[in-house]
Design a protein around this ligand. Structure first.
Ligand code: AMP
Ligand code: ZN
Length: 114
């Protein structure tokens, strides 16, 4: 496993505020929340970015939104809604080069780009 920040969190070498874990994913609260609820859903496989998905990763990606809905239900923001963001590469503003899904909730979100 690569020694990137999120790989270290997945290994437990760096502590995180975990909200969900299974064999393939870990979800934790973002250390610098951009909304009242800001959760990161991280596949345990070290995939650098959306642009680095390989054949065979489809199944993994297909599971993400089910996990997000499960978290949304458990944290009581499924009804009110939420936003999912994936930053990809330099122009997308990605800082940690290990694929992760931002889940933002808990208020009416502004700065809608699309
Ligand atoms: P991105 O800019 O899409 O690569 O997002 C990286 C996210 O990781 C940012 O929102 C950071 O606040 C968050 N982050 C960085 N270090 C940690 C950490 N140790 N635990 C939780 N979230 C982190
Ligand atoms: Zn990694």
């Amino acid at each position: 496993m690569e020694e990137c920040l999120f790989c270290k969190i997945i290994k437990g070498d760096i502590p995180s505020n975990k909200v969900y874990e299974d064999d393939e994913f870990l979800a934790c609260h973002d250390i610098n929340p951009a909304a009242p609820i800001h959760i990161l859903v991280i596949p345990k496989k070290h995939i650098k970015s959306l642009a680095d998905l390989e054949k065979g990763d489809e199944q993994l990606m297909g599971k993400i939104y089910g996990i997000i809905n499960k978290i949304a239900e458990e944290h009581n923001f499924k009804q009110d809604g939420y936003r999912v963001i994936v930053n990809c590469g330099r122009n997308g503003g990605q800082e940690v080069m290990h694929l992760h899904f931002h889940v933002l909730a808990g208020k009416k979100l502004g700065e809608k780009i699309v």
